[in-house]
Design a protein around this ligand. Structure first.
Ligand code: ASP
Length: 411
């Protein structure tokens, strides 16, 4: 028991991940019988999401202290979110064009795979959905984006109330601290959850399932790795002005949780903890930037939407001109912003992109079978991007504790 806790959490998590894959590959589909342990972990961590977002965001905004600084933090974060999103789609389109994963592929539609209901939301629907008509209902349903809007306004309200609101501000701060302690407790489940989820994924998919779509899956991984080690490293180095290696060390826990759960939302408590505890991003900036980023900043998803659209066009022989590429870039960026931070959200958003350039929706059925494997990598990319932007913004606004960053040791 003692020795278990003596091992840093991230090492236990990585060990569990590797062991899970090995057990899954040996056990095969039977490994599904332990998936419930992973679901147990995901439920425990999801339990934290709504109160954590609400209390830490409100406390964070109250701590920022004035509305002008809030605008400075938010504005910078948005520029970085959109900038990295567009760069990621461009990367997906480049990889898809150069390597053409769907060219010459004679696929038959897998039997019995239903095409998931594609997203039909229009841009106006997406904007309206951001307004929490009933905040209690929003919380009950766990809708993150309208919850953020409510928390944002609540925090601004506290700032406007000044002295009279200070009691609420202090209460929110105390509640946020309590939620963070709860996160630490729940994170102790991570090795078990990660082990079970990885065994399930490896056992269900095995290597064979991947072969027909190996190029697409490989490109998805390559694209994500280029984003993580190219774009994010550049942001950390040039804007964050800290050591890239320390950043990744500090983020290992969150990356492993994202990889095994394929959900940015479920990973949010861990991402927040890593950013505050290991990366030295102040509580106010990290709560704000990362909560927002978990929902709207999805670079892995943006890259994949571009790539998958070209894949669909290639297998069905749809020719695309330059205008179509521009349309894909725009809709994929919007689709990534609109995608919820839950498993398979990117798959649903494909409908939005495909229909604007006439790629058949059947493509979704081809890739659905291996989507989970790709989703895991997209999600890891997505949440790492949130933390990279948080570090960059915190550096620009003087909210980065570099000492904490460099000593980014084990949680
Ligand atoms: N699962 C991803 C996430 O939570 C979204 C996606 O499907 O691309 O970040």
């Amino acid at each position: 028991m003692r020795t278990w806790f003596a091992i840093p959490l991230w090492q236990r998590v990585i060990g569990a991940l590797i062991l899970g894959v090995a057990v899954g590959l040996i056990w095969g589909p039977g490994a599904e019988s332990i998936k419930w342990i992973g679901d147990f972990f995901i439920r425990a961590i999801r339990m934290l999401v709504v109160p954590l977002i609400f209390f830490s965001l409100v406390a964070g905004i109250a701590a920022i202290g004035d509305i002008r600084k809030l605008g400075a933090v938010g504005g910078r974060a948005l520029v970085l979110f959109v900038g990295t999103g567009v760069a990621s789609v461009a990367l997906g389109l480049t990889l898809g064009t150069l390597i053409a994963p769907g060219a010459g592929l004679a696929l038959t539609l897998p039997e019995g795979v239903a095409i998931p209901e594609p997203a039909t939301t229009s841009v106006t629907d997406m904007i309206l959905a951001m307004i929490p008509a009933n905040p209690v209902e929003t919380m009950a349903r766990g809708d993150v984006l309208p919850l953020i809007v409510f928390a944002l306004l609540f925090g601004i309200g506290i700032l406007m109330a000044g002295e009279e609101g200070s009691l609420v501000a202090r209460g929110m701060d105390a509640a946020a601290i309590v939620m963070q302690r709860m996160t630490v407790l729940v994170m102790e489940l991570t090795p078990f959850g990660v082990f079970a989820l990885m065994a399930w994924v490896a056992g269900t998919f095995g290597i064979d399932a991947l072969l027909p779509l190996a190029t697409l899956v490989g490109l998805n991984y390559l694209g994500c790795l280029l984003i993580i080690f190219g774009i994010y490293s550049a942001i950390i180095h040039f804007i964050g002005k800290v050591r890239v290696i320390d950043f990744f060390r500090g983020m290992i826990d969150a990356m492993a949780v994202a990889y095994s759960t394929a959900s940015s939302n479920a990973t949010l408590p861990v991402t927040l903890r890593c950013a505050q505890r290991n990366l030295g991003v102040s509580r106010s900036v990290s709560s704000f930037v990362i909560s927002l980023g978990a929902t709207i900043n999805m670079n892995g998803t943006a890259m994949y939407l571009g790539l998958a659209t070209l894949f669909g066009a290639q297998i069905f022989g749809v020719s695309l001109d330059f205008g179509d590429y521009v349309m894909i870039a725009i809709t994929a960026t919007l689709g990534a912003i609109g995608a919820a931070g839950i498993p398979g959200a990117g798959l649903i958003m494909m409908g939005l992109v495909f229909s604007t350039v006439g790629v058949p929706l059947e493509t979704i059925a081809f890739v659905a079978g291996v989507d989970r494997i790709m989703d895991m990598m997209r999600t890891t990319t997505n949440i790492t991007g949130d933390a990279a932007v948080a570090v960059a913004v915190a550096r620009m606004t003087g909210d980065l504790d570099v000492g904490e960053f460099e000593s980014a040791d084990d949680v």
